[in-house]
Design a protein around this ligand. Sequence first.
Ligand SMILES: [Zn+2]
Length: 314
Amino acid sequence: MPTATNSRYLLAADIGGTWTRAACYPWPWKGEAPPRPLARVRRPTDPEDPTSGLVAALREVWPREGRVHGVGVAAPGPLDPYRGVVLFAPNLPAWREEPLQARLEAALGVPVRIGNDANLAALGEARYGAGRGREHVLYLTLGTGVGGGVVCHGRLLEGRQGLAGELGHITVDPQGPPCACGGRGHLEALASGTALVRAAQEALPTHPDTLLHRVRPLTAEAIARAARQGDALARDLLARAGRWVGVALADLCHIFNPEVVVLGGGVSRGGPWLWDALREALDACLMRPEYRPQVRPAALGDDAGLLGAYALWG
Ligand SMILES: [Zn+2]
């Protein structure tokens, strides 16, 4: 626990359906290297009362002396960062129009800013991770769902209600499979971990020789492992997902013209089968080679949201 009397700190938290993370960082922080936390904690999210669990996690890393400048929180959304309200969170049903910022400020007595977790992961990667030193960064996380965020001129693009950056729900195949959001053929329905596993399950009956018959549980990580072991179906599934990501990224590059595209999430660890297909589709779909970004794996891992919440303060 930090104790220096004259020091100032910024606290950051990242709350998800499974884990609530909180950390205490020095403030202000110069330079492009990520600030090093002086204290950090991870505890299971309380599904009944996530806000109280979040307050408890922040109190655990609260410095005994010195001054807390503010608190930044990455939370699942959709949420309104201007009003500080979580509209609803599919993985946290207890939150409906949750006035998270106001409740945290009342409990902690310091100013609080909140942001969408995928947007803040984008900001974290742009400021301190794979996009650091660059002004125009696009971030895509290929996990259970597909999320993302856009950083333009060094600033997070938030939109009128703070709802911008839903990069997983752009339509890439209007005849494609249904998406968890109710739409059809969205990037999330074709290239998330969930989509990859569903495509594998559908292919199993017609591929008697694949290693995937023996894999329990069938996950995106297991499919990547089978690909490394030479499994043709696993490699094909990863390449298909990679192609859809490449197609979507071409559209996004035409719109936002990023210097760097950062890819995170479990599916992004799909090896050369995913990455080669992605780059090939991206190149094939770009209008002009000038639009071609550098495409890099995410660098911050689980800390992207925390560091994005920190970066909300400057
Ligand atoms: Zn969707």
